[in-house]
Design a protein around this ligand. Sequence first.
Ligand code: FE2
Length: 281
Amino acid sequence: MRHSKKSTENNDSNNYKIIAVDDEIGIIDSLSIFLKHSGYTLVGCTNPYEAIEKVKTEQFDLMLLDYIMSPIHGDTVVEEIRKFNKELYIILLTGHKDLVPPLETIKKLSIQAYCEKEDKFDQLLLLIESAFKSIDQVKTIKDMNEELRRSNEKLEKAYLETIETLRYTVEAKDSYTRGHSDRVSAYSVLIGNELNLYDKDLRVLKVGGLFHDIGKIGISETILTKPSKLTDEEYYEIKKHPAIGKQIISNASIFRDIIPIVYSHHERYDGTGYPERFKRR
Ligand SMILES: [Fe+2]
């Protein structure tokens, strides 16, 4: 948008674009003179259909809209505009306070305010000023959300990069692990998908699969790569890798969710796997 926080603070009202719609040219002229005097410029429109088209092709911050008009009333104009623009701030102008649409309609069409037409337009000016404050607040919130989204994207990228870097560390130690961990990760996600798990849980499964054997970093290479059958002592050593893995990743908060996977990936439903049985030895 053209207006900035700075410009608002400086009360540079020319940064806002106002469209006024009224089938009486006299009202448009009065509004134009009054608002110009207050530092605002407006685009006037006496044909409601033309006004809808203008909003489609030009960007406006605020619409001052007459309610009782021909050939269509103000609420119909808003109804049409809301089909393609939910953000335009609209102040409905009424000839008499009894001639306002029902409150339900005002809420449904997101008409932000209504104001009785009067000679001096003082009340209208207050409404316009508060409209611009509100527009700026919405813009600030949107900017903050966008910033937050970008920060999250950066964090996510850093997270994935950390995972990749760590993966290389594990793979350097045990080349067998790579293909195995990739497969465990991929199959886990496939099963998770079949179980209709949430995306966040699928991500835990993916990363958990990739790192489930990270504890092998702490096991001797001679044992890990031994081509023949392991002795009881060597097997005892190997069975330490879930607990070692848990210890390694416990220090990094980004891996908090995968700790149970790493620690219990050799466990069985009946508790006869390890590390539980291992602990009982
Ligand atoms: Fe394992």
